[in-house]
Design a binder for this molecule. Structure first.
Ligand SMILES: [Zn+2]
Length: 366
């Protein structure tokens, strides 16, 4: 798949102000005149080409399958969404920005999320992303240099400028592909999980679990196993200050030589997810790491835990206590020894170097 030909980045619409017009209302200018690309489970409104919309929709459908696969594996009841899941694709970042500032989150670095309130996710052409534009500008600058000024190789060899441009294009395309794959999948998983009722209709939805599941399923998983997410694992190792071993660990992992201590404490992660002082990459990595650990070490207890959450009291004041009780009943008290066993397990996982680890500026949890 040529990533450069279908570059999209997910942007979502959480935190919308009450009373805002629904973005898919035809009376709003945001999507007026947009074409609709329909698949089995999604309706993708877009102002781009059918091929690009189809490329995006393909990844959305992959997310849908991943959620169903996970629920089948852990015997969780799900229901098909009532109708197609709505997604918006903007060809221009400016249009997205206008839409975001009117109806979306206040913070500017949100590159992807899903709004359960609007039940919509939106995306824009990743070629409009500042980092990608910098690469494109670098390529253009090299192309403007006359051939005779930039050939550094021997006679008969490919000019250095051509090699440089090829390298930049390859890096750009890899970045686009990984951004798309992870962001699209991540947000689509949120949308599918919500609409399939994985966490029940009115039950508790601990943010660490919601985000952990999206992080778990943002990468492809086989039918018969749950595999680590190399990007999140790299972030997790940073989060527990194990990065001092990264030089060797990239090839053959080694136990940390520094005492493991979490960037975000386990208690904070379970009960105060999204507090502004937390490093976002570490926060998401730790959320992923807990769920990954539970799928590997406590697979028989995980379904009961999620079912218990689904019947949590709706009273917000009782939610935290109910979540704690459900966690302890399923997995034991998350105390020091629990935390140590979890961290040791995670740091013992083989480390694969992510191909092109993008720094996803994920938004605060919904
Ligand atoms: Zn998320």
């Amino acid at each position: 798949m040529n990533a450069a030909g279908a570059a999209w980045i997910a942007v979502a619409l959480a935190g919308c102000r009450a009373g805002v017009t629904h973005p898919l209302d035809d009376s709003t200018p945001a999507t007026h005149g947009f074409a609709v690309h329909r698949t089995e489970h999604f309706a993708v409104r877009h102002d781009t080409t059918p091929a690009k919309a189809a490329w995006v929709a393909e990844r959305l459908e992959a997310a849908y399958r991943a959620v169903w696969q996970f629920c089948r594996r852990f015997r969780l009841e799900v229901r098909p969404p009532a109708g197609p899941l709505e997604v918006i694709l903007f060809a221009r970042r400016d249009d997205y920005e206008r839409f975001r500032t009117r109806a979306g989150p206040a913070f500017e670095d949100a590159v992807g999320f899903y709004s359960s309130k609007l039940n919509v996710a939106a995306f824009y052409d990743l070629h409009q992303h500042p980092e990608i534009r910098l690469i494109d500008e670098a390529i253009r600058r090299i192309e403007l240099v006359p051939d005779g000024d930039s050939t550094g190789g021997d006679i008969g060899q490919e000019p250095t400028s051509a090699k440089t441009i090829d390298g930049l294009r390859a890096g750009r395309d890899a970045m686009v592909e990984e951004f798309n794959r992870l962001v699209l999948r991540h947000e689509a998983v949120h949308q599918v999980v919500h609409n399939a009722g994985v966490f029940g209709q009115d039950g508790c939805r601990p943010p660490w679990l919601v985000e952990g599941l999206a992080c778990l399923l943002e990468v492809d998983q086989p039918d018969d196993a749950v595999l680590p997410n190399a990007y999140r694992l790299a972030d997790f190792r940073e989060a527990v200050h194990a990065e001092s071993n990264e030089g060797d660990a990239r090839v053959a992992h080694a136990p940390p030589t520094v005492p493991a201590s979490l960037s975000v404490s386990l208690v904070e992660l379970l009960h105060d997810f999204g507090a502004p002082q937390h490093n976002r990459a570490h926060l998401y990595a730790e959320a992923w790491a807990i769920l990954y650990y539970l799928t590997r070490m406590r697979p028989d207890s995980l379904p009961g835990f999620i079912r218990a959450l689904a019947v949590c009291p709706a009273d917000a004041g009782a939610t935290r206590a109910a979540e704690s009780a459900a966690f302890e009943a399923a997995f034991g008290r998350p105390d020091g020894p629990w935390e140590a066993a979890w961290i040791a397990f995670m740091l013992d996982l083989p480390v694969e170097e992510p191909r092109q680890p993008p720094r996803l500026n994920l938004p605060p949890p919904q």
